[in-house]
Ligand binder design. Structure first.
Ligand SMILES: [Zn+2]
Length: 443
């Protein structure tokens, strides 16, 4: 009797299995897995993808396939790129994997100076350097060449950021495959050869993944990069160039021995950032997931680099021996957003014949009142700034005097005195197709 029940149970189980198996699962052969059949030319049919089983299709929620006798809808692409391909969505379709990319507060934008709301420079916007040399790794993530900061030794507070403290997480580069096509933002229609993004995270959000989804989660300081045969050597970019051979292919990374000096990278920082002319607007990560969580600060004065640097960068690959260059997203609409231009306060009516030093002095004084006028914003930061650890020292930046008085930079041959805009070559051409860039601004 015992054996009978065992046998009976065995029969029942098999009957159940055979009955439950849908025909579609059975009819799909494993040899057809992942194959795609294309319709005859001119037939008007659409390609069909074949998958091996229903269960494997369900395993990935991003693939809403419907199994119909083995034929499935063609699989959606699972990644993005600056140029569309069979595997990746191009910029116009990024929203298919990241809905926020279709938002109305996206980046980058064309900055039109005339449309910017003029503001006095806010005195206390300051960078604080806990350590002059920023430790970290140079990384090719297939979308950009970036430098991931090992510890939060550089922070920013003040200005439009109020008392919040933002810490530098990484910086990275956007550049074109040929001249004048590499920047993400444009200035009055002009594109630059490249753009440097310093990505800061609001310290009040401990986790950068949380921060990147908050309205005040991220701040990006952006500097245009300009090829200039007469540029002074930029020691930081020289060191990056020397390491490029180690990150030529995606996913490669290399330690930057001894760290990198941000002030060498962006010589204008030696003067402190408070008095640099800059545009500010609220935008997004310019790469999927395109979260609208970025306060953009874009400086007028570009960083000049010898053209050879761009040639070297163009030797980097994003995979499949495709060059990484052209990692800039097409321009997005400003829509109803405000764009601000922070400039030095108008000079006193009786111009002084003196030059730089007194100008500086004048500015800091004008800055102070502005502070008072601007009220809480600027006032608070001062405190915030100092609390950031300004005192710690390396910080030439926080203290007003130190800031501007800082090593007067015999360096970088940037344009005139004070962040004057670069000579804008007439390049009103809108961005091309090439375009396209987050780490994700991964932070
Ligand atoms: Zn970027």
């Amino acid at each position: 009797m015992f054996y009978f029940w065992i046998f009976y149970g065995y029969i029942l189980i098999w009957a159940r299995i055979l009955h439950a198996a849908p025909r579609s699962q059975v009819s799909v052969s494993s040899s057809a897995a992942a194959s795609v059949k294309y319709p005859p030319p001119g037939s008007g049919g659409s390609p069909q993808a074949y998958i091996s089983s229903l269960s494997s299709a369900k395993a990935d929620p991003k693939i809403p396939v419907t199994v119909n006798d083995g034929a499935a809808e063609i699989q959606p692409k699972l990644t993005w790129a600056y140029v569309a391909s069979d595997e990746a969505y191009g910029p116009e379709e990024w929203h298919k994997i990241a809905p926020q990319c279709a938002g109305v507060n996206q980046s980058p934008i064309n900055i039109i100076s005339e449309k910017a709301v003029l503001k006095p420079l806010e005195n206390p916007l300051a960078l604080t350097f806990g350590n002059e040399q920023v430790a970290g790794k140079l990384i090719n993530n297939g979308k950009t060449i970036g430098f991931n900061v090992a510890n939060p030794s550089v922070s920013m507070a003040g200005g439009v950021f109020g008392p919040d403290k933002y810490v530098l997480r990484q910086f990275h580069l956007h550049f074109g495959c040929n001249g004048k096509k590499g920047s993400e933002h444009t200035l009055n229609g002009e594109k630059f050869d490249g753009e440097l993004h310093l990505v800061f995270q609001n310290a009040k959000y401990g986790d950068s993944k949380v921060a990147m989804q908050q309205k005040d989660g991220l701040a990006i300081l952006a500097f245009f990069l300009m090829a200039n045969p007469g540029a002074d050597p930029n020691p930081a970019f020289q060191r990056i160039a020397a390491k490029l051979g180690s990150v030529q292919m995606p996913k490669q990374q290399v330690e930057m021995d001894g760290g990198l000096s941000l002030k060498n990278l962006v010589p204008a920082l030696k003067e402190g950032i408070r008095n640099l002319r800059r545009f500010v607007y609220k935008g997004s990560l310019p790469t999927p997931p395109c979260y609208e969580s970025v306060t953009w600060v874009i400086f007028k004065r570009p960083v000049n680099l010898v053209p050879e640097r761009f040639v070297q960068l163009r030797g980097i690959y994003r995979g499949g021996m495709q060059p990484l260059c052209g990692n800039n997203r097409p321009l997005q609409k400003l829509n109803n957003r405000e764009l601000f231009l922070f400039e030095p306060a108008p000079k006193p009516t009786t111009p002084k014949p003196t030059t730089r030093p007194s100008t500086t002095a004048g500015r800091s004084t004008t800055g102070a009142p502005a502070t008072a006028a601007a009220g809480s914003t600027t006032g608070a930061p001062t405190g915030g700034g100092s609390s950031t650890g300004a005192p710690t020292g390396g910080g030439s930046s926080t203290g007003a005097p130190t800031d501007t008085g800082a090593p007067p930079a015999a360096d970088a041959a940037p344009p005139p005195a004070d962040g004057d805009p670069p000579p804008p070559p007439d390049d009103a051409a809108p961005p091309a197709d090439e375009v396209a860039a987050p780490p994700p601004e991964e932070s």
